[in-house]
Design a protein around this ligand. Structure first.
Ligand code: GAR
Length: 207
């Protein structure tokens, strides 16, 4: 049975598109049960509609409190029967309920715990990496918890930071790495091969 995935995003949805493409290519046994966007105009919703995936905007300002906004998200996730929630450029803080603990994954465009946390998303990350002068950056896939970018790490890999890099050229290299790592991590989850032990994620051998 394919893994039922809800994707949460706020932007253009290239991360979603990669997951859809990988599933289409037979590299990921997944069914995308819904795409939820925190912005009504996110192009990611359009991509979902193109692939006949229910595309649902849930916008923070339509709710009086953060709790009500979160409740609307989780009600939707549950009602679509999602077994895994994949964050794909989702830019609001989520409170993860107990029944989805270790069932929410995120991809971050740097090597956590460096260049992460509140305000560190998209291009801000690559600008900070270049500014600091580190020689390596990369991508991280991790379980999300209730603190920005702080949950147990599933997979990480590096890319070089080149002398003449701009945030755009570095982003391109990091995103290529994300496109490999994210489906790989989700595949490991689908195969039941991820065991969370405190902060560490043990990757089990295939059965
Ligand atoms: C991705 O590069 C992802 O790593 C980043 O947002 C981008 C989403 O692009 N996520 C974060 O920075 C999370 N802190 P997309 O909207 O085109 O999928």
């Amino acid at each position: 049975m394919p893994l039922k995935i809800a994707v949460l995003l706020s932007g253009s949805g290239t991360t979603l598109q990669n997951l859809i493409d990988r599933a289409g290519a037979g590299e990921l046994d997944a069914q995308f049960v819904c795409v939820i966007s925190s912005r009504a105009d996110a192009f990611g919703l359009e991509r979902a509609r193109t692939h006949q995936i229910p595309a649902i905007p849930i916008v923070r300002k339509d709710y009086d409190t953060l709790e009500a906004f979160n409740a609307a998200i989780w009600d939707t996730v549950r009602s679509h029967g999602a077994e895994l929630v994949a964050l794909a450029g989702f830019m609001s803080l989520l409170h993860i309920p107990d029944d989805y603990e270790n069932r929410v994954v995120n991809v971050h465009p740097a090597l956590i715990p460096a260049f992460c946390g509140k305000g560190m998303y998209g291009h801000h990350v690559h600008e900070a990496v270049i500014e600091y002068g580190v020689k390596l950056s990369g991508a991280t896939v991790h379980f999300a918890n209730n603190i920005y970018d702080a949950g147990p790490i599933i997979l990480q890999d590096t890319v070089p930071v080149l002398e003449d890099d701009t945030p755009d050229t570095l982003a391109e290299r990091v995103q290529a790495k994300e496109r490999e790592l994210y489906p790989k991590a989700i595949r490991l989850f689908a195969e039941g091969r991820l065991r969370v032990e405190g902060r560490r994620v043990r990757i089990l051998d295939p059965q």
